[in-house]
Design a protein around this ligand. Sequence first.
Ligand SMILES: [Zn+2]
Length: 602
Amino acid sequence: MLQKMVKRTLIITTLFLSCSAMALVCISSYKSKNKGLKSEAPVSIPAPILKSYPKNFFVWPIKGTIDLAGNFGELRTNHFHSGVDIRTGEGKTGIPVYATGDGYIGRINISAKGYGKALYIIHPNGYTSVYGHLMSFAPTIGNYIEKEHYKRKAFEIETQPEANLIPVKKGDLIAYSGNTGGSAGPHLHFEIRDNETGDALNPLLFGLKLNDNVKPQINSITVYALDNTKRLETGTYRFSQYGRLGGSISNAQLNLAHGSYAFGASWVDHLRKGGFNMGIQYAKLFVNGQLVFEQKIEQIPFADWRLINCHLDHPVLEEKDLKIIKLFVDDGNTLNFYPTAINHGRVNIEDKKIYNIKLVIRDFPGHKDSINFTVKGNKTADANFPPERLFFKENPLYQKQLFYPNIQNEMELKAGNATVKIKIPKSVLYDTVMFRIGSNGKQINGNSVWDIMSSSIPVNDSFSIALKPEFPISNPEKYVIIRLTRGGTKKPEGGIWEDGYIKTKAKMLGQFYYDVDETAPVISGVKVKGRNFSGKVKDDLSGIKEIITTIDDEWILTDYEPKTDFISGKIPNFITTGKHGFKIKVTDTRGNSNEYSQTISL
Ligand SMILES: [Zn+2]
């Protein structure tokens, strides 16, 4: 067992060392001025809002035993999960969804992405409940929505019915569960929001009960060396990861150099054995018995949710698919999740002194796990600590420039006739970083792929990319900027032509190129059965912009599910019986379109 754990630690460390790359740290130019724990001044981190919540107002919106596929505060790509994902059975849709409390339908949002078909109930007690990824609606609500679709001649609509126009009572049937929008499988996304702040709150704070009999588990501890003179040059700091061994870690006593250090951890929780992974809302870090850092996730402000890229170690997540939660607060991290963060959770290690570290994590019902280890200050141990982690593939041909979070940064690269321009506004980067752009030698359809830094470096908002082609272009309106994901998936990022450049905004750094899309979307498998129709639509590159179904030129509502390419609809009763011209027209974002038509008999 011991050997196994040590071996695992070695493998992890070796992996990090073998990456000839660089990474951003969210910590900004922090200089260790601390003189030990006792003398630290309190830090200016937003105070958590302490509030009592009504315990008997809300009920679960699904009948029967509640099982979750995801919980509140769970760490997702670029955001914190703002509700609970209630399981609706293996692959099942169409499960009745009931109002969690009295109120009225205050908002309806129908989208091909995000929450898909979603309902919002405004309650008189100051909260709003949200129901996402729905399949369909109860008749009164469904009729209202259908009228809106036809009024606007659009599938994607957002509407806010007048107060009390569609009242609901606790337990009323409001909808049927589905898998619409950005859902990875059938479930109900359920959320409770504070009307005043718009923040999402943990529904369990309102007394909703769950069967949870599994205690959470800490899997590993990460130690970060924050004093790093090379940080501005490399954008990295050093760290080492230690696997769990019993109640401690594989190196129960760590010899660290003196200076500023911080800790991170990976952990896991389940509601039941073999169940889905859950996030942990509560954690406490003690040093020599003193609480130095506390995490408490009960309220998620939507405007800040990309700050998850600071809350956890983004480069490690991006490159290793491993979530390390930081037990310290970066300077750019304004989340109110940290009621205690003495010296931002950073610990000053002095020569020859011993530091007993204890981490305790807790799930909502109160099951706990903890881990203890010792750190010994050692002036001469510096060489034993792993060097800077490097995630970015270094290339001598890259153009480099220091980018700062507190200013707008611009960079231009000329390569032959081609030009790449990058503009990163103020407050989009989390930290100072040696930015790199350049060609990585790869070409797709004869077009160079550019490394715009690396997807390991997180951004808090969108930035601009402008690409000037290497050769004259006759059909610029057909060009689109594509981002290549780490797995090689092509993500269209749009693009408009201006001054000889194709320009767009993106929300992730990484590999970009442009390509031409002159291929129309494909329409296949169209079936009309009675008044129901269905089929598939697919675009090869730039993405579908518009789907228009008509009967004798009359607009007909068409549901679109991009993740399965599926379209479907029901021909309404105002289309009379008899023969009609049925037509589907699909257009991509570059203006290529395709049509399907047939004569139908109703
Ligand atoms: Zn969800």
